[in-house]
Design a protein. Structure first.
Length: 264
């Protein structure tokens, strides 16, 4: 294979991923013409990629509606991703307990490579999670309480690399927008052992988080809860106590599993 062939192959892969992303953005699926328009891609190219992705079962063709939607192969990928991120059952039970005791949506986030990712969420109709903070969310660490905890525990070079990649986008008018302001915030997190965000990620919602540590005292995860912003003043103190307790119990549970080898 020549260099041009390799470059052409990479371009096709990028186009296929872009096509999957745009189909995923509409719950009804999209027609080929709609996909072509959204991606500014020639229709013959779209049809060629659609044929490949339907053949691999990453997409399905809804013939009656003339639409293309996500395929069932992606479900298997989701299962595999959850298995690789690996929230132990003991930790999942503690996050469920946090949800029940705190009467709040509860989250567990971890480092995965050079990302900060939500590994487990427990919510309910009464206390729904913040959208889009579901399993696999790995963006806007500067604007989330669990993200601040994990950023505070990173080595400076690692943190700088993540922030170069993600930037400090303004999610709301309250979002921290400068490196100096974020550094000051992370100093407060390290000193107090608790991170908060008040309508920094989404208007109308606030979060509190506490660190999960390994046997060496390093921050390897975070437990968090979210609530309506109007409840924060009345509930934050009690929830902070509950989060510290849960984080300590999660830390001990992880040390008892193969997820965190002893001494790590």
């Amino acid at each position: 294979m020549g260099r041009n062939d390799a470059l052409g192959g990479m371009a096709s892969v990028q186009k296929a991923f872009a096509l999957l992303d745009v189909v995923a953005s509409d719950r009804r699926g999209l027609t080929a013409k709609e996909i072509a328009a959204k991606l500014d891609m020639p229709l013959p190219t779209v049809y060629r990629l659609l044929k490949l992705l339907v053949g691999s079962e990453h997409l399905v063709h809804l013939k009656k509606e003339s639409r293309y939607a996500l395929g069932y192969k992606l479900h298997a990928l989701d299962i595999s991703l959850r298995r690789q991120i690996g929230t132990p059952s003991a930790v999942a039970r503690l996050i469920l307990e946090l949800h029940a005791r705190g009467d709040a949506a509860a989250y567990y986030a971890v480092h995965r490579g050079d990302h900060i990712v939500v590994a487990h969420v427990v919510d309910s109709p009464r206390r729904p999670r913040i959208t889009p903070l579901g399993f696999g969310f790995n963006d806007a660490a500067h604007a989330t309480a669990f993200g601040k905890i994990l950023l505070a525990g990173m080595e400076p070079a690692e943190r700088a690399a993540l922030l170069r990649r993600q930037g400090l986008p303004a999610m709301t008018a309250q979002t921290i927008g400068t490196s100096d302001a974020l550094d000051s915030e992370l100093d407060r997190v390290r000193e107090g052992g608790i991170a908060i965000e008040r309508e920094e990620f989404i208007e109308g919602a606030s979060c509190i988080a506490a660190p999960v540590r390994n046997a060496a005292g390093q921050i390897v995860g975070s437990v968090a809860v979210s609530m309506d912003a109007g409840e924060f003043d009345a509930r934050s103190a009690k929830l902070a106590v509950l989060l510290r307790d849960t984080a300590d119990r999660v830390s001990r549970a992880l040390r008892a599993t193969s997820v965190l080898p002893h001494g790590q």
